[in-house]
Design a binder for this molecule. Structure first.
Ligand code: FES
Length: 152
């Protein structure tokens, strides 16, 4: 269905909630798999917010995507325990191998790379999540394996 019409439905159903913006964005992402640009002005108008305000909220929460996800979603933990265990270098390695930055999807649509802020696996840092499955104690070999998996 048309993004505009579906967005309007989602907004209408929720606009009387207290603090409707997050539930609306959540539902939009559940519906489309991302938050389409064309949904933002509709949400803004219906909630009496500026587009900048809606855009600010979308970008503040790392869970919202602005484009459809790839076939795989690889999330690398960027929080403190993982950073202190070499998470930064691993992230650089993954970015280089995939040729993309965080919040991007490879051109072939194979994988979307996203940051995540603690997977509750701090004792097995550095950690990542591939398609909902957590992986801990990552090293260069292990991330190479994850990259090979999404590329297969
Ligand atoms: Fe990475 Fe907790 S900080 S899993």
């Amino acid at each position: 269905r048309d993004i505009g019409i579906r967005t309007l439905d989602i907004v209408s159903e929720r606009k009387s909630l207290e603090g409707p913006l997050l539930p609306i964005l959540h539902e939009i992402q559940a519906e489309f798999g991302y938050v389409p640009q064309e949904a933002l002005p509709i949400i803004a108008r219906e909630l009496n917010l500026s587009r900048a305000e809606v855009h600010g909220v979308v970008t503040f929460y790392h869970d919202y995507r602005d484009h459809p996800a790839g076939r795989h979603v690889l999330k690398l933990c960027r929080a403190e325990a993982c950073q202190s265990m070499g998470g930064d270098q691993l992230a650089e390695r993954v970015k280089t191998l995939l040729g993309i930055d965080f919040h991007q999807t490879t051109l072939d649509g194979a994988v979307t790379l996203e940051p995540v802020y603690c997977l509750g696996l701090c004792s097995a840092a550095p950690a990542a999540m591939l398609d909902g499955e957590v992986h801990g104690r990552l090293d260069a070999d292990a991330v190479d394996g994850l990259v090979a998996e999404v590329r297969a």
